[in-house]
Ligand binder design. Structure first.
Ligand code: CAA
Length: 248
């Protein structure tokens, strides 16, 4: 049987790479979208995963650009076949208090983090419905659940992603497609490296687990939700945050 194909947007980042690795080790073929292949040194990224025995590939795509996503989906279909697992990871931060935030900071974050999830998912959900099987995971954030200083843009986009998840789960469940959210807490990546040291220390002091999480902690949740036998878990949010924020 052909191994299922997983598309991971922003798969070259800290969390994305670990998701690709764990999906690959679970027997999935993996393709990542990459905004800037040269800057990401994406061929070396793919080669490193291939050395671990993973069928890993990449395709250039700006997820905030709908027509680029349409073209990307066409190419993926031609070269690799139907996407059966989709993980929307691509995201950025442009932090700043709202009273200092400019339009670009707001729209860039909404366009990549939230509109990007629509632009990409729109391309693949129909074939999943037709096949009667699909797994979609949207990577949100604890800051979408709880809000965060300097992140009105990011918190709005990430909260929006879970609304998107819940509505799409209702539409998709009758067709064998599950749609879930994973909400990472603060994870060791370049994104959290960029937080001012004093602020990062204050945040860590509020995490009962005592430290930032690892990208593999998030990948483990994604591998779980995308398993072939996980289909009844649908419309859920799975927080992975070291007990920083607990809720129903
Ligand atoms: N908690 C409490 N107080 C905070 C705070 C926080 N998280 N962030 C800022 N403040 C306070 C500062 O201590 C400071 O207080 P004083 O005036 O009393 O000194 C005041 O707010 C102003 O802060 P700054 O001097 O830093 O103001 P600034 O305009 O230069 O920057 C900021 C503000 C952009 C919010 C900056 O503090 C910052 O980058 N904070 C980190 C934001 C953050 O957590 N981003 C998460 C990135 S990781 C991520 O997003 C991944 C994920 O999903 C979890």
């Amino acid at each position: 049987m052909t191994q299922r194909l997983a598309l991971v947007t922003g798969g070259e980042g800290g969390i994305g790479t670990e998701i690709c690795r764990q999906l690959g080790h679970a027997g999935r073929r993996v393709v990542t979208t990459c905004m800037d292949p040269e800057a990401a040194n994406i061929e070396a990224w793919a080669e490193a995963l291939r050395k671990e025995g993973i069928d890993a590939n990449w395709i250039q795509c700006d997820v905030s650009d709908l027509s680029a996503c349409e073209k990307m989906a066409e190419t993926v279909r031609e070269q690799y076949g139907d996407v059966e697992i989709l993980v929307n990871v691509a995201g950025i931060t442009k932090d700043g208090f709202l009273h200092k935030m400019d339009y670009e900071q707001w729209f860039d974050v909404i366009n990549i983090n939230l509109n990007g999830a629509f632009n990409v998912t729109r391309q693949f959900v129909e074939s999943m419905r037709k096949a009667g099987f699909g797994r979609i995971v949207n990577i949100s954030s604890v800051n979408g659940q709880a809000g965060q200083f300097g992140q009105t843009n990011y918190s709005a986009a990430k909260a929006g992603m879970h609304g998107f998840t819940m509505a799409l789960a209702k539409e998709s469940a009758p067709k064998g497609v599950s749609v879930n959210t994973v909400s990472p807490g603060y994870i060791k990546t370049s994104m959290t490296d960029a937080i001012p040291d004093k602020v990062r220390e204050a945040i860590i002091s509020q995490i009962p687990a005592g430290d930032l999480g690892e990208p593999s902690d998030i990948a483990r949740a994604v591998a779980f939700l995308t398993a072939d036998d996980a289909g009844y878990i649908n419309g859920a949010n799975l927080p992975v945050n070291g007990a920083q924020f607990c809720s129903f």
